[in-house]
Each structure stands twice: as C-alpha cells, then as structure tokens.
Design a protein around this ligand. Structure first.
Ligand SMILES: *Cc1c(COP(=O)(O)O)cnc(C)c1O
Length: 373
C-alpha cells in the first residue's frame, strides 16, 4: 500500500521484539495462549486504569476482543434490542460501523454529520429522534476525535436509548462515561496499535459479562453449554502481550505524534483561508489527519501524488455509496437528507500523519498543498 511514495500516509508504530520479549516469556512459561489467559486479564485491568472515567462516573469494565468490529457486534448483540431494531449511525464513518449493526441483525438508520466536527453529535441525534424512531445510537469518534461524553451520557439518561460508541481510533484520548458503551480498535493502523484487537469499555458489568460470553461461543458458567448464540471473538495471549508492551511505550508514541501535529499546525497556518481542520471541543491528536479542502480533494490528491506524497480518502465514500450499503438510503435524496456529507465527500483528504514524519516531510507536504490551493 503506497510503497512507491517518498512520504507515506500512515506508518504503524508497534513495540519492538525486545519490548515484547518479557511478556512472551511469561506466556511461554504459563503455556496459556487464549481463553482469557493471565496476560489478557492483566491487559484488561491495565486498560481499565488507562481509560479515565469522566467526572464521578462509575467504574467501567473492560472486555478484550479480536477487533473493534467484533466488540461493536458483541455490544449490540447483548443489549437486548428487539428483533429488527433500528440503530442510528453517521453517514461519514468506516463501513464496519454499519456492518456491525447488520451482522447483529439490526437496521442501520443513516444520519448526516456536523459540518465542523464531522461527527454525529448528541444534538443531531435529538433532532433525528423528532423525525424518525430508533432503538439505539452509534456515534463515532471520527478520525480519532473523542465524542462528547457528558452530552451522550445525558442523551442516554434522558431518552433511555442505548449508546454504543464506535471509538475505534480514539484509544488513549476517549474518556468513558456513566451510561455509554465504548468500542476501541487495536488495529495496526490505529495510534494505539497492537496489530489486531478490540476492546469494549462499559459501565454495565452485566453487559460486559454477556459480551464476554458472546466472544466465547456463548458459553457461560460451568457445564460446557451455551446460553446464547455467540461466536469466537476472543483476544489471544500473543496480542495481549503486544498490548502490554504497547502500553509501556504509549506516552512516547503519543508525544512524538503530538510534535508532528504541532509542526503541521505551524506549517498550515498560512493556508487557513483555503482549508479547515476538524473542529473539536478540546485539544486532541487525530488518528488520521484529515483536512477540508472545500471541494478540492481530488486536485490535492493528484498534486501530492505527483510530489511523491501518499494521501487517503479516509471514510469515503459515504456509507450510502458503498455498493453493499446503498439500500440503506433507498428512496432518499442525498442532497436533502445528507447535505453536509455531500459537501464533505469531495472535500476531505487524509494527509500523511504518523510518528516518523520529520520537519522536512511536513514542510514538503505543506508546500505541495499550497501549490494547488
Ligand atoms: C478502524 C475502524 C474500525 C474497525 O476496527 P477493527 O479493529 O479493524 O475492526 C471501525 N470503525 C472505525 C471508525 C474505525 O476507524
């Protein structure tokens, strides 16, 4: 993917074999490789401390999975939603947000996103609720921007609707709450990367237990019988070992990413009339650095490619343009129902953003950008 470019869009930042060795030695001595082994348990309890709970919220429980996608599917599957339940999802997201809903047996209901923060906000969900009924909501931490925990906690408390957050790219930045369930990804392309893996963080300990059982075929308690129809979505000990090694170096990873972000902020300042960065309520370091080029995404991609710089159209096309998902917007006029997404789809472009970029790289990206804008 993009090997021919001088400047790569994304370079995974994982622990070295040396970093992993102590954990692998432990695994080898214990001869325990999956099924909620000691490393997996330790990783979950370290993550519990790592993901702070907003305000005076309750203790959250952590369950590990093979991916964020299976963590989302687990949460949706064990919520107790009625058959055929409708789940509100944003139009601008990675397809797994919608496929998790479909695979759990429910119906995704599409909602346009906020023009500045590019996400499905609690405010937009309240508006949507006036237009159409739904049974649950899946806000997304778009490009790693944390969702507003207090706003969503209020939404869940007031409406009684479950809120399952696709926070796949936001581990290390997204806080937990009192009513919302969070799913994180540990995929190689995420800032906190382990290779593959996912986490569910929830204030509901019973839901956590059902989700764990779901990840292990549906087994619950002794006796070797299943009490629900689950699947196999357990995190193995190799991944937990890598996760523990990654936790130990996270502050270093994040401070290098923060420095690159700072370089971009400075270098992009002269272009602030032509482009917009993703707005947010507080400071955050994006997982993927996406700019709004006001309809010029294709032109920017072409210019940067000519200069040896790899870009990506992250989260595009919108959900309703994926061949497998077009039926979700059957009969809907996109420009009427999803005006913001229709504008963003020709405007958003993902620039190179990873911890290995140098000052010269960032300068090169920005001068290539100014040549076209
Ligand atoms: C990466 C990503 C996913 C998928 O995560 P996996 O762990 O690879 O399943 C889902 N949703 C969003 C928003 C993502 O960025």
């Amino acid at each position: 993917m993009g090997e021919d470019y001088k400047i790569q869009c994304l370079v995974p930042d994982l622990p070295s074999p040396q970093d992993m060795l102590p954990f692998l030695e432990e695994m080898h001595s214990a001869r325990w490789y999956s099924n909620f082994g000691p490393l997996c348990k330790r990783f979950e309890s370290e993550i519990e401390k790592f993901v702070p709970v907003m305000g005076n919220g309750p203790r959250n429980t952590v369950v590990s999975f093979t991916s964020a996608t299976t963590a989302l599917e687990a949460a949706l599957s064990v919520l107790g939603l009625r058959p055929g339940a409708r789940v509100l999802v944003p139009t601008l997201t990675f397809p797994a947000t919608a496929t998790a809903v479909l695979n759990a047996g429910f119906i995704p209901v599409l909602c346009d996103v906020d023009a500045e923060q590019w996400d499905l906000s609690a405010e937009l969900a309240r508006e949507a609720l006036k237009q159409t009924p739904f049974d649950a909501v899946m806000p997304v931490a778009v490009y790693g921007k944390p969702i507003d925990v207090l706003a969503w906690d209020d939404f869940a408390a007031e409406t009684g609707l479950p809120v399952v957050v696709d926070a796949a790219a936001a581990l290390g930045q997204q806080k937990a709450g009192s009513h919302i369930h969070l799913a994180f990804s540990l995929h190689a392309t995420k800032p906190f990367s382990v290779g593959e893996g996912g986490l569910l963080v929830t204030p509901d300990a019973n839901l956590a237990e059902r989700a764990r059982s779901w990840s292990n075929f549906g087994f619950a308690g002794p006796g070797g019988v299943i009490s629900q129809v689950g699947t196999n979505a357990k995190m193995g000990e190799f991944y937990a070992a890598t996760g523990l090694a990654q936790l130990a170096r996270w502050n270093d990873v994040q401070s290098r990413r923060a420095k690159v972000m700072e370089m971009y902020r400075e270098a992009l300042a002269p272009l602030s009339n032509a482009i917009q960065m993703q707005a947010a309520d507080g400071e955050f370091i994006p997982a993927t650095f996406v700019l709004n080029t006001n309809g010029r995404a294709q032109a920017v991609a072409k210019q940067l490619a000519q200069d040896g710089i790899h870009t990506r159209f992250w989260y595009l096309p919108p959900l309703y343009e994926h061949p497998a998902l077009v039926s979700l917007a059957d009969g809907l006029d996109h420009s009427v129902c999803f005006p913001v997404t229709e504008q963003l789809k020709t405007s958003l472009i993902g620039l190179p953003f990873h911890a290995f970029l140098t000052q010269e790289d960032v300068q090169l990206v920005c001068s290539s950008l100014s040549a076209v804008l």
